[in-house]
Write a protein that binds this ligand. Structure first.
Ligand code: HEM
Ligand SMILES: [Cu+2]
Length: 642
């Protein structure tokens, strides 16, 4: 079967494949040199930018964590003072949550989703480029403001009234709110981008029930972003208004509810954790299927579980507020909801184990990281269920038990899958494999270092060590466990360094990978490694959930798409029936200009509200430029390929 479109320029028969490939490459390539650098709208370039930038911030956040751990290694240590410690945990939490965890998942999605669903770019390529610039500006703002007194020290959740002007004078909190703006703006952009891309640009035949689980999880992540981010955007609009133009949204003396901030923050903050966990589920499913070499056990159950996780993730935010004295009924409801979330996670874990059991798994580094993930996540999940019970939570609230718990879920639940993803997709991105021997060392150092760092924290918490204290006295007897935790953190750091070494070595010298080194099933492996500018030479017609495995998982190709301009096939949302052809925009500098304009507005607003207006004016100019009608350069008007 093949899908043809009536009015179309076709490749003249017999003209040879290379002409076709050349033309496709010219159509989809970014301009060369420095101009291309600033105007590119290629989803893989932008995805890689997200990933690389997020890794830089991860390194910064890791150094901050190491400093904190060094400070806590001994009782009454004088390495850092209280002020520096407060700034460090705030910076670390913000960096990890806003500048690393979410953006890296978004980057992975932007890179992989179009390849996996068999299209040539995301639905709104220029918006996509803008999203990256917004993220970059947010990150540069947070770090760039540090030398100018812009360091916040009130924790990543910036509770009011502590974060109000009365208790936090200076610009630190303002910098924080503006950074949130940029990163959440970029998250929303990516979410909209992915939702439309996934619903409208899938290869024909890839109905929803044939979509790879990775794509499902990125869809759920995006929908969660759309619902969660507005809450924090509202919160971080009110707070600077309170601080700068004396509105009274959070002023208790003026009748505001002291809990308003916490509700707004955690309505975003709890789903946030699942926003980084849900994509990790997709990563793990991809790898389990590829390495078991067989279809997933319980595809429908898996989809249901991912969707349920996304949905339930919203019903739990109040468990962060058990210690604030809520009504009994509320406590019971949120206790129950928080425990329920364990069910879909359990379903997924059973399906993965069953799949591996039924297949003939090959224990390579990516799978090693997946197994590490499962074991760590089980521990994090169990302590989570413990915390969901209000009486226990009241005991260990704001102790190191909580710090131990959430690092198990965040690192076990997101960072280990990310490493699995790096090892798994590195060959696709670079054409070479990451070293397997170093990979194993990498894994074991991280795994042992991780447990040594964070397991003792649970015990410390049960012994009463509060979080966010820069030191403790020797009589309390917390010294040895803290020393173990710090030793573990050094091992972790060594593991991360080893990973960088592995990457640096493998980019040049790694074994050549070939198109599909893992004999995997999804469409990103159907093209060269690294893929050409146009992704897939021909858009396949998908007839199976595992197109590269089924004997005729993809039969026939889409015909009649023009290749002399950026044309993609648009399909229907549910069944992926061919619907129409769409023309995607090409490279442009306007997304960068808009990024600069919003940067001027938001960053200037920290100094004076006038800048918000100036920024808005500049943004208007940039938008006019962006949407100014102009003919597609040259090729557009020619009808057929010469
Ligand atoms: C790489 C190893 C890491 C180490 C050694 C580490 C260590 C720490 C330490 C010592 C604290 C401060 C505890 C306190 O005094 O309250 C902390 C806080 C925190 N960490 Fe990590 N961390 C690591 C990675 C991560 C990652 C990957 C994430 C998220 C994806 C993360 C998220 C957080 C958050 C949200 C806080 C709370 C900050 C706050 O209280 O405002 N950490 N971490
Ligand atoms: Cu939570």
């Amino acid at each position: 079967m093949s899908v043809a479109f009536p009015p179309a320029a076709r490749i003249a028969p017999g003209r040879g494949d290379d002409r076709e490939a050349d033309l496709l490459a010219r159509t989809w390539a970014s301009p060369p040199g420095i101009r291309g650098w600033f105007t590119t709208v290629h989803h893989r370039t932008i995805g890689l930018r997200y990933i690389a930038t997020a890794l830089v911030f991860f390194t910064a956040g890791g150094v901050e964590a190491l400093l904190m751990r060094l400070q806590l290694a001994r009782p009454e240590n004088a390495l850092l003072g209280p002020q520096a410690y407060n700034r460090l945990f705030t910076l670390h939490g913000n960096t990890m949550m806003f500048l690393f965890a979410v953006p890296i998942m978004e980057g992975l999605a932007i890179y992989l989703v179009p390849l996996m669903i068999g299209t040539r770019n995301v639905a709104f390529p220029r918006l996509n480029a803008y999203g990256y610039y917004a993220y970059l500006i947010g990150g540069l703002l947070l770090y760039g403001a540090l030398p100018f007194g812009g360091a916040s020290d009130v924790g990543w959740f910036s509770y009011v009234p502590l974060a109000t002007l009365t208790y936090s004078p200076g610009k630190g909190v303002d910098v924080w709110t503006q950074m949130i703006y940029f990163t959440e703006l970029s998250a929303l952009v990516v979410a909209v981008e992915l939702i439309v891309t996934i619903f409208k640009l899938r290869a024909p035949g890839m109905s929803l029930d044939r979509m790879p689980l990775f794509v499902w999880s990125m869809l759920v992540m995006s929908v969660m972003i759309v619902f969660a981010m507005p809450a924090i955007i509202v919160a971080t609009t009110f707070l600077p208004l309170d601080r700068m133009v004396e509105t009274r949204f959070f002023d208790v003396a003026a009748g505001a509810d002291p809990l308003l901030w916490q509700h707004l923050f955690w309505f975003f903050g709890h789903p946030e954790v699942y926003i980084v966990f849900v994509p990790a589920l997709g990563i793990v499913s991809s790898i389990v299927v590829a390495f078991a070499g067989r279809p997933i056990v319980g595809y429908t159950a898996m989809v249901f579980a991912v969707v349920a996780t996304g949905f339930l993730g919203f019903g739990l935010w109040v468990h962060h507020m058990f210690a604030t004295g809520l009504p009994q009924l509320g406590m019971s409801f949120f206790t129950a909801a928080s425990m329920m979330i364990a069910i879909p996670s359990g379903i997924q874990i059973f399906c993965w184990i069953a799949t591996l059991w039924a297949g003939r798994p090959r224990l390579r580094t990516p799978l090693l990281f997946v197994l590490g993930f499962v074991s760590l996540f089980v521990v994090g999940g169990l302590t989570g269920v413990m915390l969901a019970s209000a009486p226990l939570d009241l005991q260990v609230h704001d102790t190191f038990f909580v710090v131990g718990h959430f690092h198990y879920t965040l690192i076990g639940g997101a960072v280990f899958p990310l490493f699995a993803a790096f090892y798994y997709w590195f060959p696709k991105v670079t054409g070479r494999r990451l070293g397997e021997g170093l990979g194993r060392w990498n894994f074991w150092l991280l795994f042992i270092g991780f447990n040594a760092t964070f397991f003792p924290m649970h015990l410390l918490g049960l012994q009463g060590m509060p979080r966010r204290v820069y030191t403790y006295s020797a009589e309390l007897g917390w010294g040895s466990l803290n020393l173990v935790a710090t030793g573990g953190a050094l091992l972790l750091a060594a593991g991360l360094l080893l990973f960088l070494v592995n990457v640096a070595w493998s980019v040049r010298r790694g074994a050549i990978a070939g198109d599909n080194p893992w004999e995997a099933d999804t469409l990103e492996w159907a093209t060269a490694s690294p893929p050409p500018a146009y992704n897939l030479r021909r858009i396949p017609v998908v007839t199976s959930r595992y197109p590269l495995w089924a004997a005729n998982g993809a039969s026939g190709n889409v015909e009649g798409l023009r290749i002399d301009r950026r044309e993609v096939l648009v399909t229907t949302p549910l069944d992926a029936e061919p619907d129409h052809r769409a023309l995607l925009p090409g490279p442009s500098a306007w997304p960068l200009a808009l990024g600069a304009a919003t940067g001027v507005g938001f960053i200037g607003a920290i100094l004076s509200p006038v800048w918000a207006l100036i920024g808005a004016g500049l943004a208007f100019v940039a938008l006019v430029g962006w949407f100014w009608p102009r003919p597609e350069p040259g090729r557009d008007r020619r009808e057929a390929v010469p």
